[in-house]
Ligand binder design. Structure first.
Ligand SMILES: Nc1ncnc2c1ncn2[C@@H]1O[C@H](COP(=O)(O)OP(=O)(O)O)[C@@H](O)[C@H]1O
Ligand code: SF4
Ligand SMILES: [Mg+2]
Length: 324
């Protein structure tokens, strides 16, 4: 049964792309949910299906893409909505911050135009009110001299400042859900920390739930309580930040953690990235998809491992660490 406490409930989500070489299986039977005000991180190497998961629920898949399953937002399936129905939710109730702000900021429009249109459209404010609200949001994300800067074009902002503009735009309508896709990847560590801090503060203020997408487990701890680890389009582990950091069950999560630099451990000889490559999404292997790279692979792994769930709601898809 659907759990009414869930703001977003993704059920059996599959995302595929038709290509001349065949079907790319980008997301495979994904199940995950998020409650109001919660913060979930989705982690995995590049190509693991993180972005396409959220693109599908936002109705933003490329033309050759198709999604099946359900994405229930407040009980209504986003995958079944028409564009105009989706537009009722996008921006106002669900906002998204993209990895590259230049893909969602219009380079030919001043920032004020881009910010005020959203609020005028969704909140019925007049131009002056909308502008005042936009300036207030820019100030909240610590853009100095926001009255002047709001009149500038995106290219007049540095990368870090543009990313802040994106955060401000994402939070403009105090959405119920903010999806941030690698929002800090291109930025230096100090700016990354500031932006994470800002998102947490704004989350507390407006009880916004956050889905943070990242390929780097190192950036998760400060912002999220729960972590979903994806591999080759599948959920391979899901648990609290503590469970994932201190008691990772899946060998892939263990490998990801070993490649995160840690302050509490002396620098060893380089970081251990996981050897090998993810499988070809055009022809996924039977059995465990991590098998080729797994240091613990054994005979049973040619069968598909079940999702195991312990009493603390820590879930992982591997034959090891059995709870039964
Ligand atoms: N339009 C498309 N056509 C074919 N394959 C695509 C398309 N868009 C994305 N993909 C593939 O889907 C897979 C998952 O991509 P993505 O969700 O962007 O990964 P991540 O965000 O985890 O790095 C990748 O292999 C990518 O190449
Ligand atoms: S099921 Fe087998 S191959 Fe897959 S992660 Fe577990 S031990 Fe490794
Ligand atoms: Mg991505």
């Amino acid at each position: 049964m659907d759990n009414p406490a869930n703001l977003l409930e993704i059920k059996d989500l599959n995302v595929g792309f038709d290509t001349p070489d065949g079907k790319v299986h980008a997301v495979n039977c994904l199940n995950v949910s998020i409650k109001a005000g919660d913060a979930l991180a989705i982690v995995g190497e590049s190509g693991s299906g993180k972005t396409q998961t959220v693109m599908s629920i936002m109705g933003l898949l490329a033309e050759n893409g198709h999604a099946s399953g359900q994405a229930l937002f407040k009980g209504k399936d986003l995958l079944q909505m028409t564009t105009s129905e989706l537009n009722q939710h996008r921006g106002r109730e669900i906002a998204m911050i993209f990895q590259d702000p230049m893909t969602s900021l219009n380079p030919y429009l001043r920032i004020d135009k881009q910010m005020t249109e959203v609020v005028m459209h969704h909140q019925g404010l007049n131009k002056t009110e909308a502008r005042a609200h936009a300036v207030e949001m820019l100030r909240a994300v610590r853009i100095p001299d926001p009255e002047r800067r709001i009149r500038q074009y995106p290219h007049e902002f540095s990368g870090g400042m543009r990313q802040r503009v994106m955060v401000a735009m994402g939070l403009l309508c105090a959405p119920d859900l903010l999806i941030a896709d690698e929002p800090t990847t291109a930025l230096d560590v100090t700016v990354q920390a500031q932006i994470s801090h800002l998102m947490s503060a704004l989350r507390r203020q407006s009880n916004t739930a956050i889905i943070l997408i990242t390929h780097d487990l190192g950036v998760v701890a400060g912002l999220a309580e729960r972590v979903l680890v994806m591999y080759a389009g599948e959920a391979v582990e899901c648990g609290s930040v503590e469970q994932i950091y201190y008691d990772p069950k899946h060998p892939y999560t263990q490998g990801l953690l070993a490649s995160v630099p840690r302050l509490d451990k002396p620098e060893e000889d380089g970081l251990n990235s996981i050897p090998g490559n993810p499988p070809n999404l055009l022809a996924l292997p039977e059995g465990c998809k991590f098998r080729d790279r797994c240091p613990k692979a054994h005979e049973a792994c040619s069968e598909k491992p079940p999702m195991q769930l312990d009493e603390q709601k820590h879930a992982w898809r591997c034959f090891l660490g059995e709870t039964a």
